[in-house]
Design a binder for this molecule. Structure first.
Ligand code: TEU
Ligand code: CA
Length: 557
């Protein structure tokens, strides 16, 4: 495996709208991010990914871009963006932007021109079909509910949108469109970006003879995954994009990929892969149901372990996965992966260490380093996210009571991750001097940066230790490149693995409230991390405390 500059880094995702508001309008902004760069630098972060802050009507919170070459005034100006890149560089940090090119906004100039002249140049930037009365071109259901077809305003055509109707899909079969995308990527890389996170990219390839699939709900529609399953040849687009853009700049590109087949891993993230890395979503998608969020199955500690190890076994040393506990599309990881009622600093630290020590590139989502939790909601009117609002409707239609449906949303809503970052115990958690665009989680009095910086035993300090271990010259080679080998795989509520490089590390997490005994396979030399003050050990037997996690350096075997 060829070594790359990003392998030993630590990445952090910022959701700009909710990170820090510098001017009191209730919306986080780029000057706000700049003012917090030192915080991120002190934490040990090297790579910062910004969710979209391009010009956008914000129908899907910026994942609907109306101009790829400008910053939305709500987030700041192009000068602010240039300043952010420069300030990051001063601190040896890299900025990634979000590349959203499966679709644009229906307010993008291309789409407006397509409406004016569907047969012309810009009509070919989209997927258009003639409108037929009482019949849709296909029965595909969009990710955000309802059919993927919508009338093209002012014409006798319909356009395809696999996400919201305000997000028309771009036609990647058209070489002119692809040129536009590459031009845009290079334009940004020339401004000094470190690279991109690449949104929803698996959707760019469609099977070209559009047709219906077996309906999977009463609405007569079928999940978009049926279409994706049939699509072949995405590699031609992805390889071309890599060669025309990222490769020339040695830029970092991390793909949002969900459906790769095991034999495709080298193509995606091998030495000359389409991407530098791709997210591991195996835990994220666990338990999902075609029927909707209401039918999702909860994940147990043993499931979590299996998911992580499956991904590790699939990728081995072929390339680098990007490991996450949560992102802006998911509930908070501590609320999801820690059994109900057990969320506490110890269990949060355990989850952090088990995930962070996996082989791959660790990504921290804003507030994860504080142990931020899901937000309580009392009515659907408090919910902003378009996806959650649709899933509420789906749950009601399936026969759930409004109370039950609300519980589903509370558990799964993307808003859980989007509440404002908790900086202080003061008003609005110190996020804004105005009225925050989305309600602050009421637990900010306890969970906030200020309080956790002052407390040596906080979740935040534990994250600092994890990051410091990854960067420690004595252990770096092993933590970054060492092979991963599961230990005691069958043991209930225990997740443990070796990382083997020039050192041998053993990571052990007791994934339950009760204590649990383990017999060490060999003697250890040093305790590198422990979320408790002690280790209850006698003659090689450790009585692990509830949710205790240990990283041990073992004697050479
Ligand atoms: O997400 C792509 C995606 O397929 C899902 O994660 C989806 O958002 C989720 O199932 C809906 O609940 C990306 C972005 O991360 C997401 O925020 C955008 O909404 C989406 O693309 C469209 O750009
Ligand atoms: Ca602002």
């Amino acid at each position: 495996m060829i070594k790359k500059w990003w392998h030993d880094k630590v990445a952090y995702q910022i959701y700009p709208k909710s990170f820090y508001d510098s001017n009191g309008d209730g919306i986080g902004d780029i000057p706000g991010i700049i003012s917090k760069l030192d915080y991120l630098h002190d934490l040990g972060v090297d790579i910062v990914w910004l969710s979209p802050c391009y010009k956008s009507p914000l129908a899907d919170q910026g994942y609907d871009i109306s101009d790829y070459y400008s910053i939305d005034p709500r987030f700041g100006t192009m000068e602010d963006m240039d300043r952010l890149i420069a300030e990051a560089k001063k601190r040896n940090m890299y900025i990634l932007m979000d590349l959203v090119v499966n679709h644009c906004s229906d307010e993008h100039e291309w789409f407006r021109k397509a409406c004016e002249d569907p047969e012309g140049k810009y009509g070919r930037y989209f997927y258009l079909r003639d409108k037929k009365e009482g019949e849709l071109p296909t029965n595909w259901r969009s990710y955000f509910g309802g059919p993927v077809w919508e009338d093209l305003p002012g014409t006798d055509k319909q356009y395809l949108h696999v996400f919201h109707k305000k997000q028309p899909d771009l036609n990647w079969e058209n070489p002119e469109l692809r040129e536009e995308v590459y031009k845009n990527i290079n334009w940004w890389l020339d401004r000094g970006l470190g690279g991109f996170r690449i949104d929803a990219i698996i959707n760019i390839k469609k099977p070209l003879s559009f047709h219906d699939y077996e309906p999977d709900r009463d609405d007569g529609l079928c999940s978009i995954f049926a279409m994706l399953q049939e699509a072949r040849g995405i590699g031609e687009f992805l390889g071309e994009m890599r060669d025309r853009t990222f490769k020339k700049y040695d830029a970092f590109a991390v793909g949002e990929v969900f459906n790769e087949k095991p034999e495709e891993i080298p193509d995606f993230i091998g030495d000359n892969g389409y991407f530098s890395s791709m997210f591991d979503f195996n835990e994220t998608i666990f338990g999902h149901s075609e029927k909707g969020w209401y039918d999702a199955k909860p994940i147990t500690p043993d499931d979590y372990k299996r998911c992580c190890f499956e991904s590790q076994a699939k990728v081995k040393e072929i390339g680098f996965l990007s490991n996450i506990i949560e992102n802006h599309d998911e509930p908070r990881g501590v609320s999801r992966y820690i059994p109900e009622g057990d969320c506490c600093p110890e269990s949060k630290k355990m989850l952090a260490a088990l995930n962070f020590m996996l082989r791959g590139l660790p990504f921290i989502y804003q507030g994860q380093e504080l142990g931020m939790e899901n937000v309580p909601i009392s009515s659907i009117d408090e919910v902003d996210d378009i996806s959650a609002r649709d899933e509420y409707r789906v749950a009601l239609e399936a026969g759930l009571s409004p109370e039950e449906a609300l519980q589903v949303i509370a558990r799964s809503s993307r808003d859980n991750a989007r509440t404002p970052m908790q900086w202080t115990g003061g008003e609005n958690a110190g996020f804004t001097a105005g009225t925050p665009w989305l309600k602050v989680n009421p637990n900010y009095a306890d969970i906030n940066v200020e309080a956790e910086l002052a407390d040596e035993n906080s979740v935040l300090h534990f994250y600092k230790k994890l990051i410091a271990l990854r960067k420690d010259p004595a252990y770096k080679e092993t933590v970054v490149y060492g092979a991963l080998e599961p230990v005691w795989e069958e043991k209930h509520n225990l997740m443990a693995y070796y990382r083997k490089g020039d050192k041998t590390l053993l990571v052990i997490g007791n994934y339950q409230r009760q204590g649990q005994e383990i017999v060490l396979p060999a003697a250890y030399r040093k305790v590198l991390l422990n979320n408790y003050a002690d280790i209850a050990e006698e003659n090689g037997v450790i009585r692990m405390h509830g949710y205790q996690v240990l990283v041990l350096e073992m004697e050479e075997s």
